[in-house]
Design a protein around this ligand. Structure first.
Ligand SMILES: Nc1nc2c(ncn2[C@@H]2O[C@H](COP(=O)(O)OP(=O)(O)O)[C@@H](O)[C@H]2O)c(=O)[nH]1
Ligand SMILES: [Mg+2]
Length: 206
């Protein structure tokens, strides 16, 4: 994986065993277009060594996959990423990063099953990819937050501009992040958990 020099991505992963105090485990999916940072996010935040199915892009994929803005990307996730994070002593999140390529979307049904919520990662250079992803979540009634992975050369928009561009309801949280940093990825997940909690308090369905 990239970012070998990053101190945040190589932090200690001591908690290989589920803490004995854990009482609830919930499934969270991380979705978004190809190259937006899903694998990086699961990798930076997971307490266990993330399981990932990276496969070097084959000749067949070249020119087929939308590779804009990800020219240096040489591996892509064909199945999914899997990681785990304990947010409190009692609550454990299981993270599933979805494959970002349409060719693999047939895998999505299973991935969404039983998911409590989702993080939609976006790259402001390619907002249009997010529409389809968010549409699918809405169809399935999976609540989500939007996390903008700030790539250095991506245009910066105010949160309200993004909300308009993405046609997102007022209550859906939109936050900026740098998925290479564990703390930042964790913040995104905490935002999702607070949002999910607020939904149960108000009794809203999505
Ligand atoms: N500059 C920068 N690069 C990133 C960031 N997040 C991911 N990358 C790089 O972008 C590429 C795509 O990330 P990856 O996690 O594989 O995307 P995925 O297809 O959504 O799983 C990889 O080469 C990452 O190292 C970021 O926040 N900033
Ligand atoms: Mg990936």
């Amino acid at each position: 994986m990239d970012f070998k020099n990053s101190d945040t991505i190589t932090g200690p992963r001591t908690e290989d065993h589920l803490p004995g105090t854990a009482q609830a485990a919930v499934k969270i999916v991380i979705v978004g277009g190809f190259g937006v940072g899903k694998t990086t996010m699961v990798g930076s935040v997971s307490e266990i060594k993330p399981l990932t199915t990276e496969e070097t892009m084959t000749q067949a994929g070249i020119g087929v996959d939308d590779n804009f803005g990800s020219k240096s990307k040489t591996a892509t996730t064909v199945a999914m990423d899997f990681g785990r994070i304990s947010v409190t002593d009692e609550l454990v999140l299981y993270l599933f990063g979805t494959p970002g390529q349409e060719r693999f979307w047939f895998l999505w049904n299973g991935l969404f099953e039983g998911a409590l919520g989702a993080v939609v990662l976006i790259d402001t250079r390619r907002l249009e990819v997010s529409f389809d992803v968010m549409g699918r979540l809405e169809e399935r009634g999976v609540p989500f937050v939007v996390a903008v992975n700030d790539f250095p050369d991506a245009p910066r928009y105010a949160v309200e501009e993004l909300r308009q561009a993405l046609d997102l309801a007022e209550e859906i949280p939109i936050i900026r992040c740098d998925v290479r940093r564990r703390a930042s990825s964790r913040d995104v997940l905490m935002t999702l958990m607070r949002f999910l909690h607020s939904l149960t308090m108000t009794g809203a369905s999505t």
